[in-house]
Design a protein around this ligand. Structure first.
Ligand code: SAH
Length: 352
């Protein structure tokens, strides 16, 4: 058992089982032992690789999509260019480099990063020395908001509930024979899941992302009031159903309860929940990452970059393009939704 595991076992003995959300929050963000709080998990040598770490084309195309949206909305100034959970800061750095030539864009923007991990803030500061950091989205400026969130929502803690008659039993983390184990609370009706009674049956498991409603509502309120757009990219689907909690360590799946704090924990994103909190702004149609990137011209960009490459570099560049867009790789599992003002069009690559 990890050091965090021992702490959690002692805490459960004192105060009882934890919700899956509380368990996730401790595993990811515990100040001394949390997964994100203590390390940089990205890259081939790390536990997982994200799209911006696979190829510079990802951040470049997202930057250009946001800059085009800024032009389409009449080039407001000043604006906030924000990212939620920026990891190493690679995506934002690629987006800024790609948009240098867009007249007036850099002069209008300031970069704001929402990040809770001190270790990752340090990594971000190396690439983005002029950024301003926030603990929460609520403190982002009252200004047009151009925001990107890639693999951010999947890291937010979820609660899990199993349908039992017209009520729900919450999945909890307790202790059996000195080890962490899953259990179920007593059944109770839940206003939170009233709308899920129609599309579930006894024994079905549904997930509820605790932080999603307030974060989405806060972003949407800013976009509705001041303009801008949010591009939210993650794996998941329209209304999650089933257990999607997963733990990753050294690019492989592990049991979520055996190495608390040492493995990444994620859950699929319920995009319907994002859409449900997008008002008073609008949300775009949910679109596969592959289709989105092809519409933004990734193939042309890939060919331009390929012309300067040869040997292993060319082979890995071609593989990176395929990895991001192919339906058998990230192209369909990963999805994109945008939030945008009722008075505007969705960003390039997305439809109303
Ligand atoms: N977007 C990056 C990193 C994704 S990993 C990429 O694509 O490579 C998730 C990121 O979200 C990490 O930077 C993590 O520290 C951050 N994070 C997780 N929970 C958070 C929270 N509640 N508030 C702010 N940042 C959070």
């Amino acid at each position: 058992m990890t050091a965090l595991g021992d702490l959690l076992i002692a805490r459960i003995a004192r105060t009882g089982p934890l919700s899956v959300a509380d368990y996730m929050a401790e595993c990811l963000m515990h100040p001394d032992h949390g997964y994100y709080a203590t390390r940089d998990p990205f890259g081939v040598a790390g536990d997982f690789t994200t799209a911006p770490e696979i190829t510079q084309m990802f951040g470049e195309l997202i930057g250009l999509s946001l800059a085009q949206t800024w032009m389409d909305q009449g080039q407001p100034s000043p604006i906030t260019l924000a990212e939620l959970g920026p990891g190493r800061g690679t995506l934002m750095a690629d987006a800024l480099r790609a948009t240098k030539g867009v007249p007036g864009f850099h002069a209008a923007l300031s970069v704001h990063l929402v990040e809770t991990s001190p270790t990752l803030r340090q990594a971000q500061a190396k690439l983005l020395p002029d950024a301003i950091w926030h603990d929460h989205v609520e403190t982002l400026p009252d200004a047009p908001l151009f925001l990107i969130a890639n693999e951010f929502f999947d890291a937010l803690p979820i609660r899990q509930f199993v349908r039992d008659g017209n009520g729900w039993r919450e999945k909890v983390v307790g202790v059996t024979d000195g080890k962490l184990s899953f259990g179920l609370s007593a059944a109770a009706p839940l206003a939170l899941l009233e709308d899920r009674l129609t599309d579930t049956k006894d024994g079905d498991l549904v997930e509820h992302c605790v932080g999603l409603p307030a974060i989405t509502a806060s972003i949407s309120a800013k976009i509705a009031a001041f303009g801008g757009t949010a591009l939210i990219i993650d794996y998941g689907d329209w209304q999650s159903q089933g257990d999607t909690l997963q733990a990753l360590k050294a690019q492989a799946h592990v049991d979520p309860l055996t190495t608390p704090g040492d493995a990444d924990l994620t859950a699929h994103v319920d995009f319907a929940a994002i859409a449900a909190h997008a008002s008073p702004a609008r949300f775009s149609r949910l679109t596969g990452q592959g289709v989105f990137l092809e519409r933004l011209g990734i193939t042309g960009r890939a060919q331009a970059l390929a012309a300067k490459l040869s040997g292993d570099a060319l082979t890995s560049h071609i593989a990176a393009h395929r990895r991001l867009t192919h339906p058998a790789e990230m192209g369909e599992l990963f999805k994109v939704i945008s939030i945008y003002p009722v008075t505007a069009q969705p960003p390039p690559g997305l439809e109303p």
